[in-house]
Design a protein around this ligand. Structure first.
Ligand code: G3H
Ligand code: 13P
Ligand code: NA
Ligand code: ZN
Length: 307
């Protein structure tokens, strides 16, 4: 059943984080729903601009509707990930989304406020929630690359001011993570000091952590043993998910880790079965492995067992 993001956040706030998983196709949808049911966890499906373009936005919506029918006991929200203004309006008007993210974090503060305010007005008129972003993560998004030097952590005082001025419903904060598989040089912790200050400024307000993949090193090793060349990868320590949740992080975004599961399964399958060209056997393995992965993440997020 599709619920609002607000309902999910209300139940989770301060206790656990809801996993927000990006999907692009039917195999990911099936693995995600199965894993969520196996772990009895509510979840957020998020769709990026790139995902909407990959086949067709209607295709992805149809896949999600169908998955909801195949797994009627699933409790989930549907969210636009990293939207620009026009894409937000398109998703608000589609009637299918529980929430949208307007990401104007690359614009100056005043411009970010102005754009976010416009989106909030249109979304709230239809009962849809808005996630906005302040601060800048490093790494790669669809058409944007931010190098380490230009990434900047969210300023707690600015965060309070931003929420007050925009009326957004949740805020993506930069607390040291970045998108993709190469987050850190060496082991690093989240900036819990900054997070604590943001929570002090915005008590009871849901915060969002992007770039939260853990990039499991055994997964990367298997990919490389099967022909991959992923070097110097590093992710977030998943044992930090729950401490972050206690400090107000209510939505944790995970995409890259799912891509790694896909890559490992398919590389290993075709390495071990070089005569094969039917994509269904590895597709079946992927769905089962992705379900296992989702259930394991939900355990770490504390969302497992919350249905
Ligand atoms: O933040 C980026 C998400 O991982 C989505 O990635 O834009 O390549 O679909 P994408
Ligand atoms: P990862 O690249 O760490 O999976 O982050 C995903 C994300 O933030 C999607 O918005
Ligand atoms: Na961003
Ligand atoms: Zn993101």
């Amino acid at each position: 059943m599709i619920v609002t993001t607000a309902q999910l956040f209300k139940h989770a706030y301060g206790k656990y984080a809801v996993g927000a998983y990006n999907i692009n196709n039917a195999e990911q949808a099936m693995g995600l729903f199965q894993g969520a049911i196996d772990s009895q966890a509510p979840f957020i499906i998020q769709i990026s601009k790139g995902a909407r373009k990959y086949t067709d936005k209607r295709m992805l919506e149809a896949i999600i509707r169908s998955a909801g029918e195949i797994y009627p006991e699933a409790i989930f929200a549907v969210h636009l990930d990293h939207g620009d203004e026009q894409t937000c309006y398109d998703c608000i008007d589609s009637g299918f989304f529980s929430s949208v993210m307007i990401d104007a974090s690359h614009d100056p503060f005043a411009e970010n406020v102005a754009i976010t305010k416009r989106v909030v007005e249109r979304a709230h008129a239809k009962g849809i929630s808005v996630e906005a972003e302040l601060g800048m993560l490093g790494g790669v998004e669809e058409d944007i690359q931010v190098d380490e030097g230009n990434a900047c952590l969210t300023d707690p005082a600015e965060a309070e001011e931003f929420v007050k001025q925009t009326g957004c419903d949740s805020l993506a904060c930069a607390i040291g993570t970045s998108h993709g598989a190469f987050k850190f040089k060496g082991r690093q912790s989240l900036h819990f000091d900054v997070l604590e200050k943001i929570k002090g400024r915005l008590p009871n307000f849901p915060l969002v952590m992007h770039g939260s993949s853990s990039v499991p090193q055994d997964e990367v090793a298997k990919i490389n043993a099967a022909g991959g060349t992923i070097q110097d990868s590093m992710g977030v320590d998943p044992k930090e998910y729950l401490p972050a949740a206690k400090l107000g992080v209510t939505k944790i975004n995970i995409d890259t880790d799912g891509r790694l599961v896909w890559t490992r399964v398919h590389r290993e399958f075709f390495r071990n079965n070089p005569e094969q060209f039917d994509f269904r056997p590895p597709g079946k393995i992927f769905m089962a492995e992705y379900a296992k992965f989702i259930a394991s993440r939900n355990e770490l997020l504390g969302s497992a067992g919350q249905l």
